[in-house]
Ligand binder design. Structure first.
Ligand SMILES: [Fe+2]
Length: 390
């Protein structure tokens, strides 16, 4: 891949430079809000309208849609059901939930299932325009990353040299689409500068992967605070936990949700993600501990884990922390096709695995910390992103 190819790719994603308006599908059964959305958004987008789920699905099958504004309550389907179906069949379409029923809980559920945001009716025009344009900008970035990741002519994550080139493409693409919000667009390479690109990369693979990564980083940080780690180690832990599954980006047949608790460990293809992830980030010059976390987050205390069968204190401390944090999240997170455990049930399950999978002392401390703040834990975890600021 050459710079001019990346430039062409960035232009082939139909927003900004070519002045092709993105298309928004407004799904609402009430004529009032539907017409209001049409009038407000028409200067910026091509608009399609649907008054029920069936019409919306039929439009999606006929033409490319970039963004959907989705009413929570439709005559023929619940909005969240429709959201899940669309995210399953058209994962690259962004969806903004619009609800007139004051149901913040349902809107939050929408976010967990992949909505980009939500607005409450009656909506504020400035907020509506700002959220739709930010979401379209993000879709532009994700589409470009997906185009680069799926380009069959370029093996991105083979050797370390391939990985270095891949990061070069991705950073160049960010620059070319004028992602001026972030330092990473201008070639910054500190962890802090790279974070927006890394988050977009995880999201381009799968929104669930980004959500899981953010929560794991949060849970790992809870433990770090009690272990009196140095500031540098805490920052490495937050970033390493955030990137622990980055290797899944390089495995086209693997999805974020493939790593169900313990059971998927038998899949040899999935197992590659630990070493692949560590190789992928080598050219970024991140602290060595970040690579160790990615490499060893599936090692088990009793030596039965992968990729190296390390044992006990032979597994780096930060990797032992992330091992616990990622299992806790797999057990408790609401995700498609997975029934989450209650926090107490998850802690019980994890405690049974102390001495086999997990460091027993860390397991006890983790259970204690989580029990202390369990009422506010899911909300805090869902709202978190790692901080690598110095
Ligand atoms: Fe993993």
């Amino acid at each position: 891949m050459h710079l001019d190819q990346i430039a062409l790719m960035s232009l082939s994603v139909p927003y900004n430079a070519t002045q092709v308006k993105p298309t928004v599908l407004v799904v609402d059964d009430e004529a009032g809000p539907r017409d209001a959305l049409k009038v407000i958004l028409r200067p910026f987008f091509n608009i399609r309208l649907a008054e029920n789920a069936e019409t919306a699905l039929s439009i999606l099958n006929q033409e490319p849609i970039d963004l959907i504004t989705l009413d929570q309550k439709l005559p023929d389907r619940h909005g969240i059901d429709l959201l899940q179906e669309i995210k399953h069949t058209h994962s690259d379409i962004e969806i903004i939930i619009i609800t007139g029923h004051g149901s913040l809980k349902a809107a939050m559920e929408g976010l967990r299932y992949g909505a980009a945001g939500y607005l409450l009716k009656p909506f504020n025009v400035t907020e509506l325009i700002s959220l739709t344009s930010q979401t379209i900008k993000k879709k532009h970035r994700l589409d470009l990353i997906r185009t680069i990741l799926h380009d069959p002519s370029t093996p991105l994550w083979g050797s370390e040299q391939d990985c270095a080139k891949a990061w070069g493409y991705l950073k160049t693409a960010y620059f070319l689409i004028g992602n001026n919000d972030h330092e990473s667009a201008h070639g910054g390479s500190s962890p802090h500068d790279l974070l927006p690109l890394l988050a977009d990369l995880l999201e381009a693979k799968d929104r669930q992967l980004l959500n899981h990564s953010s929560r794991v980083s949060f849970y790992a940080t809870l433990l770090a605070n009690r272990l009196n780690l140095t500031g540098a180690k805490q920052r490495s832990l937050a970033l390493g936990a955030f990137l622990h599954d980055i290797g899944k980006i390089g495995l086209p047949l693997v999805h974020a949700s493939d790593e169900a608790p313990l059971t998927a460990d038998d899949d040899p293809h999935l197992k590659e993600h630990a070493e692949l992830g560590a190789r992928m980030i080598l050219p970024l010059g991140l602290p060595a501990e970040v690579g160790q976390i990615i490499s060893y987050h599936h090692e088990h205390w009793d030596g039965t884990g992968y990729p190296h069968g390390l044992q006990g204190n032979g597994i780096p401390l930060l990797a032992r922390i992330v091992s616990l944090a990622q299992m806790f999240d797999h057990l408790t997170a609401e995700a498609p096709g997975h029934n989450p455990l209650l926090i107490d049930q998850a802690l019980q399950r994890i405690s049974l695995l102390a001495n086999t999978c997990f460091d027993p002392q860390l397991t006890e401390l983790f259970a204690q910390i989580v029990s202390e703040c369990k009422t506010s834990l899911p909300a805090m975890a869902n709202a978190s992103m790692p901080s690598t600021a110095h």
